[in-house]
Ligand binder design. Sequence first.
Ligand code: KIV
Ligand code: ZN
Length: 519
Amino acid sequence: MERRQIVIFDTTLRDGEQAPGCSLYPEEKVRIARQLENLGVDVIEPGFPASSPGDFEAVQTISRAATRAEICGFARAIFSDIDAAVRATEDAPKRRLHLFISSSQIHLDFQLRKSREEVLRIARECIAYAKQFVDKIEFSPMDASRTDEAFLWEMIETAIEAGATIINVPDTVGYALPEEYGAIFRRIRENVRGIDRVMLSAHCHNDLGLAVANSLAALRNGAEQVEVTVNGVGERTGNCSLEELVMAIDTRGEALQLATAIDPSQIYETCRLVSRTMNFPIAHNKPVVGRNAFQHESGIHQDGLLKHRSTYEIMDPERLGVPRNMIVLGKHSGRHALQHRLAQFGIHLSDPELDDVFRRFKDAADAKKTVSDDDLIRLAAEGTGEMMTSYTLVHMQVMTANDQVRVASVTVRDNRTGVEESHSCTGSGPVEAVIGSLKKAFPFPTEFVDLELHSLSVGETANGEATVTIAMGGETFRGTGVHPDIIVAVAHAYMSACNQAAQEAHSLHAVQEALAARN
Ligand code: KIV
Ligand code: ZN
């Protein structure tokens, strides 16, 4: 049987942007919208045109730039809002308008102070008004999941009669349980006149952590569209997370008999872009894209994974564009995992050497929370008395001041030749200056992908942990560094990533030389 393809409606730039502290400049919205098209979402709701001139401009620019996705103009059930949404989206190749008004008794009594008859009339008149300009009209009875059911059905019937073509049923305050939310959809399908002429849509908030489960329940009960945000950002605890819903469908498509048009390889890049631009960190344990989503510390799990990925992973991180670094070394890790991580730096130890390094690694892991790449390389060097990586940071110095550009200088030794080179660079911040200098010192062309910074404890003496991701030749490499000076931690993390990239480049070079010699 063919799987039913559902419509992915992305509201990161409208509902998602309502998350406290996440507001975006128009040019940032345009950049994210472009990536949402690369990701393959069907509909983009880029903002609320009547809310500010900046949002109007963003919706207009995105409408003009859109190539594949349908653009949705959002409006309250107010004529002037509708006018703004109509104008902002008029250049979109495909568009719809999205109108909403509250339907629950709580909202009618305390917020709108209007009778049921009044809101029905407003909904009818506004949909009819909008219909003159745009044929595709989505209508949302806000707080639908807490609305008296008979009134909800009456409101939906009124909206359909007035010309709505998509009915969205929001769980505005994230109150519904999956079986309840699913049943709301089933009963709408069974009881509302004209429902077969329209598309049903789910819109879930995550106050009880049920937004994805509720959206799936709606899909199982007749919804054809789901409204989602990247990283689940949105009011309070957010909306249904795009990546979680899509990957649930991708991973369990057989059981759900559903499919989407999303390209999984764009998921990681999209989530990182939204997180960076909104200044909204992704929790370590966030499904699909959190830093720990594909990292394993337990020795038993690591052993299984090194033998076969599917022993402890249900999704392939490489398909999602997630940089491969599945093994995290800590006190639960085994000898096999240690050997694997050292090999990523080109360090191959004899059995007695590995036993010795493993013993000291366990002591280090007991003594501190994280064993950084630097610690590991130092342990290996102490164990063998040899310099183990291709390049070593011999010296670094950074000058910062509140009113001047920052200047960094570094000295890096090529351990294979013994040659030391010094480079310097300026930057608007110390990180930019240090990375700029290290980039000059490293002989391979790399691209800086991402930097994460964390404090490993509380208080003034806390150690900073940096994780740097770089790309070279289509592959990504991730390194970690821990130091009381966060800039030194960044430099160590960057060197670690570069050393892994160098290891790849040297291996490739060795293979090419061997092939050339054979021919
Ligand atoms: O959560 C909600 O009810 C909404 C609607 C306005 C669609 O975002
Ligand atoms: Zn919402």
